[in-house]
Design a protein around this ligand. Structure first.
Ligand SMILES: Nc1nc2c(c(=O)[nH]1)N[C@H]1C(S)=C(S)[C@@H](COP(=O)(O)OP(=O)(O)OC[C@H]3O[C@@H](n4cnc5c(=O)[nH]c(N)nc54)[C@H](O)[C@@H]3O)O[C@H]1N2
Ligand SMILES: Nc1nc2c(c(=O)[nH]1)N[C@H]1C(S)=C(S)[C@@H](COP(=O)(O)OP(=O)(O)OC[C@H]3O[C@@H](n4cnc5c(=O)[nH]c(N)nc54)[C@H](O)[C@@H]3O)O[C@H]1N2
Ligand SMILES: [Mo]
Length: 760
């Protein structure tokens, strides 16, 4: 049932024109009051992102240097919500499961499931049963081991990771999985920034951001494509405010006018709550969905025309000559392209693109930031390579105030990849891992998320293990994923809270409850800490100090070590038990295997941690010829059938991925419901739809349809032909095979749909 209350016509004039400010503070206060004890909540927030505290479990935005950290509050509204959610006073224990069968729980909403509180003990659902029952840890571990022993081949098991897992746990996890003999290590990155990693590695030799926080303050122009920082990386707004105050300009490229890019009031500076907000975006380009590649090409072409008139004034020819390959091919493609076609494909007025080109023309320090609006597309890698082309023409990489900024999602998704969570194990990594642990890692490429779902569906994989996350809801094609998971002999989830993936299970299912970031991790060897890597490649310590919500929780590290001992036997050559008690020993092994972690144990204890090497930052491009690569990419034409729309799925201000805190989306003026589809008012008129009318949405891909009924249409400031709804609800409409070509990133921002009025 949808009872959304968009405040009349949700047009830009009625949308909030700035983010944060006092409403952020009141929203945090409400969440703490609702979820936990006020003292516990406030005390915990003081430790958030502090040098000796814990890393925020929300997004991967970098912390400032220790000297710049605010001693009272280094967090944002949504980080505080994530913490309040973890430290909740509610508990899901054995009595809860005695009361609720799985079928009953299936009828509850995702918000309700997580809202029941923290999981407190290991649980097992036996074949044929409809109820989870408590089990001992030993029993859970031996159940997993016996399923693994029964597999004909280790490739029949799938080992998913969500991006909250610490470096130490991720490293041990992938070591265990590879010792088992498979590279089946899909992760949330497969659905997130995988395309950025692939495209940046090809062109610049490193799949990570090249800029630091200081660079942002020094940029002359910062362009943000397909990202909503006000909601998803709120602490980025503080840095954008600094950029504006030092005279920098911001270009926002987004089909939606997102409040967080319009203006900003620092939530922790009360004097900013009133009066004028800092205006952020200088130029707003309401591109049509996936019109970004055409826009980037149009910008390049405008700059190239100017360069031809005034050679050497617009492009950085010295940089191009010394540090790049492929310039001639790129400019001949630019000559061949028609500017009119590009402008039309972007969906933008020429004037607006010329204004943006004008800002870039004489600027030398340019940063381009992007997120899911760019990566969750069928041609994601090409668009990202075009971002690189634009930066290379301007020599805007590897110098202060310039470079690439793919803004990562989960707080340690980047660190997990550095630790080897990847279905495509690099050869050099495998060789060092094998040497460090005296074994031969498997060479065959493993399954990513999409291939894992296909394998489980077809019975080629029979065990699914989820290290965090909520695979059933996060992955594309909800019904198909459910079929895949139900086809398994065993599904296991290491989790903090109850979620849909526990209810859509294999014949046997296990829930293994783990410590959260905020909690103290005490072992026989004393208090342990872990480490994480942020978007800018800085590695820091994270140490919780709240008493765990239950004495029966284990850390992720201890869980992996327990499973490894049960699987390989107590006499195994790897000292799993010692690792579980002393994370310094794990860090010593990481140092042995992964470059950049020299003196890990020493440097991680320094205030503020340390930065990993970044070739692109130093113009030391780790590509085949040591140069940054210009590339020629095909400009897609978006031929969709008449009367259809392109639909994107995105996050509201009140969720963290599949964790739904509430039903409001404050910055978009949408209240009380997530079951909405945002549409252009003229499109609605054409379809005979009035505000709040129910709809039937049908998605089309390769002859197959998927549909969703009952969602309410709301008029929104969105380009004609484009529509938007929330993730994860929209995943029902995303076809498993609709993904980017190279990284298989599901195209969850590009769904071809028809939208009609629905009368139940
Ligand atoms: N509070 C909170 N923080 C989070 C998360 C969360 O759910 N809640 N999730 C975390 C994770 S895992 C991630 S990956 C990040 C996600 O952070 P974002 O990438 O900001 O997340 P989305 O909501 O998916 O928003 C994508 C933006 O892209 C725009 N967009 C969609 N299609 C296009 C397009 O074709 N072109 C352009 N230019 N723009 C487009 C949308 O309008 C939207 O503003 O945030 C992280 N941080
Ligand atoms: N249609 C559509 N689909 C998408 C997206 C989209 O924009 N549109 N975005 C994609 C993106 S960018 C991502 S990253 C994925 C996210 O996919 P996931 O990472 O799989 O999903 P989350 O919702 O972040 O996982 C939430 C669960 O993690 C568990 N959890 C929380 N904290 C911890 C912890 O400290 N340890 C452990 N072990 N578990 C914990 C809790 O049980 C919680 O229920 O979804 C993707 N799917
Ligand atoms: Mo993500």
């Amino acid at each position: 049932m949808s009872n959304a209350k968009p405040t009349n016509e949700t047009k830009t004039e009625t949308l909030p024109s700035s983010a944060a400010g006092f409403p952020s503070i009141s929203s945090v206060a409400y969440r703490i009051w609702e979820e936990t004890y006020v003292g516990r909540g406030v005390k915990t927030l003081f430790k958030l992102n502090q040098p000796k505290g814990f890393d925020c479990p929300s997004c991967a935005w970098p912390d400032p240097n220790p000297e710049d950290v605010s001693s009272i509050a280094e967090y944002c509204e949504n980080g505080a919500k994530a913490v309040a959610w973890e430290i909740t006073k509610n508990r899901v224990d054995a009595a809860f499961f005695q009361k609720h069968k799985v079928a009953e729980l299936m009828a509850e909403s995702d918000h309700w499931l997580e809202k029941q509180g923290r999981l407190t003990e290991p649980l097992m659902l036996r074949p044929g049963s409809d109820q989870y029952e408590p089990v001992s840890w030993e029993c859970a571990f031996s159940e997993i081991a016996s399923h693994l022993h029964r597999l004909e081949c280790p490739d029949e098991s799938i080992w998913y990771t969500s991006g909250r897992t610490s470096n130490e746990a991720a490293f041990l996890y992938q070591t265990f999985v590879r010792m088992l003999g498979t590279n089946n290590l899909p992760d949330c990155s497969n659905m997130c920034h995988e395309a950025s990693g692939v495209a940046l590695k090809q062109t610049l030799g490193i799949g990570k951001a090249s800029v630091t926080l200081e660079d942002i303050h020094q940029a002359e122009v910062l362009m943000v494509l397909g990202q909503n920082p006000g909601t998803n990386a709120p602490r980025m707004l503080t840095e954008l405010q600094k950029l504006k105050r030092s005279g920098g300009k911001i270009i926002a490229v987004n089909p939606l006018p997102e409040a967080g890019l319009m203006g900003f009031r620092h939530p922790q500076k009360p004097w900013e709550w009133i009066g004028k907000a800092t205006q952020l975006q200088d130029i707003y380009l309401p591109v049509k969905i996936n019109g970004d590649l055409a826009l980037l090409k149009a910008l390049q072409k405008m700059l190239w025309e100017a360069e031809k008139e005034r050679p050497g004034e617009i492009f950085d020819q010295t940089f191009i000559k010394c540090h790049t390959t492929g310039y001639e091919q790129l400019v001949s493609q630019l000559d061949a392209l028609s500017l009119d076609d590009l402008i039309q494909a972007s969906g933008l007025p020429e004037r607006a693109i010329r204004d943006a080109a004008g800002l870039m023309m004489h600027s030398k320090r340019i940063i381009i930031a992007w997120a899911m609006g760019i990566t969750q597309q069928r041609n994601a890698e090409s668009t990202i390579r075009e971002i690189v082309n634009l930066l290379l023409l301007k020599g805007a990489i590897g110098k202060p105030g310039a470079g690439t900024l793919p803004v990562r999602g989960h707080s340690n998704v980047q660190g997990d990849r550095t630790m080897g969570i990847w279905e495509k194990m690099p050869e050099a990594f495998g060789a060092k891992l094998g040497k460090a642990f005296s074994f031969q890692p498997p060479l065959k490429e493993g399954f990513g998320t999409v291939q894992s779902i296909q394998a489980m569906r077809e019975g080629r994989a029979r065990v699914f293990f989820g290290m965090g996350g909520n695979f059933a809801l996060a992955a594309p094609d909800t019904e198909l994923v459910a079929e895949a998971l139900r086809n398994c002999e065993l599904t296991v989830h290491v989790s903090t809270k109850l979620n849909r993936s526990h209810l859509i299970h294999g014949k046997t299912a296990l829930i293994l409850p783990c410590l959260g970031r905020t909690e103290e991790d005490l072992t026989a060897n004393g208090r342990q800490f872990v480490s994480t890597e942020d978007t800018a490649g800085r590695v820091r310590m994270s140490m919780g100090d709240l008493p765990p919500v239950s004495p029966r929780l284990k850390s992720e590290v201890a869980i992996i070590c327990g499973i490894a001992r049960a699987t390989f036997g107590v006499n195994h050559s790897t000292p799993w038990e010692e690792y579980a008690d002393n994370y310094d020993l794990v860090r010593d092994k990481i140092e042995e295997v992964i470059p950049g972690f020299e003196h890990y144990n020493e440097r991680i204890r320094q205030s503020g941690g340390f930065s990993l090497p970044n070739g692109a930052r130093d113009r030391n491009f780790q590509t085949l010829d040591g140069k940054a690569q210009f590339t020629v990419n095909h400009v897609p034409t978006h031929a969709i059938e008449a009367d259809r729309f392109i639909l994107m799925t995105l996050r509201s201000h009140d969720q963290f991925n599949t964790t739904i805190y509430g039903n409001d989306d404050r910055y978009r003026n949408i209240r009380d419901s997530r079951e909405v589809v945002m549409m252009n008012a003229d499109d609605m008129k054409r379809k005979g739809l009035k505000a709040m009318d129910r709809t039937r949405i049908i998605s089309y891909f390769q002859g197959k349809i998927r549909q969703l009924e009952g969602f309410s249409a709301i008029p929104y400031d969105i380009p004609p032909g484009s529509a938007a709804m929330y993730f994860p609800e929209g995943n029902v409409l995303v076809a498993l095979d609709s993904h980017s070509p190279e990284s298989h990133c599901p195209a969850s921002k590009y769904i071809e749909v028809s939208i009609e009025k629905f009368t139940p």
